[in-house]
Design a protein around this ligand. Sequence first.
Ligand code: GLN
Length: 306
Amino acid sequence: MITQQRLEELVNECAFATKQGKVASYIPKLAEADPQQLGVYWMDLEGNGMGAGEWEKRVTVQSIVKVAIFLQALADCPLDELTRRISLNATAETFNSIVDLEVKNHHRPLNPYINSGAIASLYMVSGGPEGRLQRVMDLLGKLTANDALSIDEQVYVSEKQTGHRNRAIAYFMKSTQIIDGDVEQLLDEYFRLCSVKVNCRDLAIMAATLANGGKNPVTGVCCARKSHCKTAMAVMVSCGMYGQSGEFLVRTGMPAKSGVGGGIMAAIPGKGGLGVVGPALNETGNSAGGIELLSRLSDEMDLSIL
Ligand code: GLN
């Protein structure tokens, strides 16, 4: 579908876009990322992969983990029960919005891919404080075909010390009975999950697994139900890139999810998965170089689902 040489050329052609963004700094440790880093990995559904640029370098997964949290919540809890607490609609606000809690229905978070919705989804994962984190970590390991995933302790501590907005969101959700129990414990698990280190290949395999109806094309392991993958990708289409989701869909036609570490994964049902990493972010909090790369790859490889 694309040659190694062309993939390398594309990374070079998109280098200009990294200069149009800035690395995240609201989590202090993230400010140390390299703004010029850019890499990509393509994984097809037969398990053939190809990487270019700095695809091996790891960043923290950040919000991309919200897809794994949502998938685990879907596995553990019927959809209608989940949607009593979390809505499935788009938002024009930022990922850490505090106003995006609907007034009707006990202030439900608008969707599972903004911070409030991800924290509420994590609350709905079975196993309670003892088991939730491990369940999502296990699923993430299966989705990425990587059983050696680890947490960036410095980023984790940095977010835990400064994540007061997420704290405010979570305590507010406790006051409106969206979540219950030990809020600090739940937040600790959320911060740890956001700090898991991934590279472009991990993200591409995770995306390809979604695109393959839940069966990991590298390991052959069934990680999730096909219907749950469809639900997770549907929300990626409408909410995966926050306030830029509509524009991104027009440019690429791909279900995708971004994180402030600079990663984006894009799942192309029936075709494969893409993982890109470029820590310089645009004003929406999405990787500037990553979006440029995904737009060009979508055109060249004819990846739009529309
Ligand atoms: N850990 C980050 C936060 O809660 C995740 C946000 C993101 O990647 N958009 O703010």
